[in-house]
Design a protein around this ligand. Structure first.
Ligand code: CNA
Length: 390
């Protein structure tokens, strides 16, 4: 369904509650409270007492940084502070016991920094720290549709960096694909617009690109679809693609602040209550409504944050029962996690086989002694389909 059509549909027939637009978080993180799942949460908190993984934990590679220390300092004294890797180990144990069969992954720009794509908020390297290049008055302006209407060049400059084609999926993307390969991935919700999840072979039905992507393009005013390859060609060569219908500027269907999120995003109303493990990776949880998704799993469901800093509800002291935080470089953390699960060789093998097919160049795994299993039929189909779509 085209962007314009889906937006019209949303405007005409969706109930107000289903109209969600992207916005930047202005207040601190908050739990959603009882809300939609409140009753369930209350009922289940009792049985949570008996769960072996109900201990909260915070661990990290080399300890927290100064600012993390500030945030986490009080936790250091907490009785349930696990030794490094404790949170990961207990989640890995739970997965090995077969207790996580509907895993939801929530991802952000931090999963793609290992592919060479800067995130927004990392000091020094993040795009927000390098805004001179974009000539914008404040960081969010780059995704502001009114600003774009007036001057599309700042976004087009950023688009040149983010357009799929020049970056390769890394170990973290393939870890997520391995979750799918093992039949454990219910869905990945990503804020990323780089297309690397798709490129590494995660099938469409497992992927929600909550902030859109460059795969399609349309007029930013009348939503008339525009050929995405032509839009890319124009933007990459410094031209401004214009709508064949109203002559306004065409933009890739990346969701700007104030724009509706894709319809697929609403799968979350089914997925999150069904999840039995939530893994949150490489996001600052600053963008709503995406950030609040993490508060919509059932109260007894373990949540694992893999990031450089504690973010969102994971900054709170004490942590919620069942919450785990593993701080440090994401690629290292995910590699450690994969080793605990006994998946590292499989992932390295998967990455190698993609390279050998010369289908998808990858940011190679560092080590590996060869695969233990061959790809499943499902996975082979995924590779083939991602080849076709390239
Ligand atoms: P963000 O606000 O920049 O946060 C990224 C988070 O990841 C931060 O907490 C970082 O500390 C953490 N992080 C970054 N690199 C690493 C690493 N190597 N190891 C561990 N942690 C790391 O980005 P969000 O995704 O939270 O913000 C949402 C925005 C960013 C979305 O709307 C995206 O469209 C947008 N964005 C996307 C991309 C992309 O598609 N690759 C790149 C830049 C921005």
């Amino acid at each position: 369904m085209s962007r314009s059509k889906s937006n019209e549909d949303k405007r005409s027939s969706w109930p107000a509650v289903a109209r969600l637009t992207r916005s930047c978080r202005s207040t601190g993180s908050k739990d959603s409270g009882p809300g939609q799942y409140g009753k369930q949460r209350k009922k289940q908190s009792h049985s949570a007492l008996t769960q072996d993984l109900s201990q909260m934990s915070v661990s990290g590679q080399g300890g927290p940084t100064a600012s993390e220390g500030k945030q986490l300092g009080q936790r250091q004294d907490g009785p349930s502070l696990a030794k490094s890797g404790g949170g990961l180990a207990s989640v890995a144990r739970r997965m090995k016991m077969g207790r996580c069969k509907n895993i939801v992954v929530v991802a952000g720009a931090g999963i793609s920094t290992a592919s060479g794509i800067p995130d927004f908020r990392t000091p020094g390297t993040g795009l927000y720290a390098n805004l001179e290049a974009y000539n914008i008055p404040y960081p969010e302006a780059i995704f502001n549709v009114d600003f774009f209407s007036n001057d599309p060049q700042p976004f087009f400059s950023l688009a040149k960096v983010l357009y799929p084609g020049s970056h390769r999926p890394n170990y973290i993307h393939f870890f997520i694909r391995m979750l799918h390969h093992k039949g454990l991935l219910l869905r990945i919700y990503t804020q990323n617009i780089d297309g690397l999840e798709k490129l590494c072979g995660i099938p469409d039905d497992k992927l929600v690109e909550a902030h859109g992507s460059f795969a399609t393009a349309s007029c930013h005013l009348c939503y008339t679809p525009y050929p995405s390859e032509e839009a890319k060609r124009a933007i990459m060569s410094g031209d401004v693609p214009t709508c064949t219908f109203c002559a306004a500027t065409v933009k890739p269907d990346v969701v700007f602040f104030g724009e509706d999120l894709p319809q697929k995003y609403f799968l979350h109303t089914k997925d999150f209550p069904k999840a039995d493990l939530l893994v949150i990776m490489g996001t600052s949880l600053q963008i709503e409504p995406f950030a609040s998704l993490v508060n919509t799993v059932r109260a007894t469901v373990p949540r694992l944050l893999l990031n450089r800093h504690a973010v969102g509800p994971f900054q709170r002291i004490p942590l919620r029962r069942g919450d785990h935080v593993e701080l440090g470089d994401l690629e290292n953390t995910v590699r450690k996690f994969a080793e605990m699960l006994g998946w590292n060789d499989n992932i390295v093998e998967l990455m190698k086989s993609q390279e050998q097919q010369q289908c998808i160049p990858t940011v190679s795994g560092r080590s590996g002694t060869g695969g233990e299993e061959s790809d499943s039929e499902t996975d082979s189909k995924c590779s083939a389909s991602s080849c076709l779509s390239n």
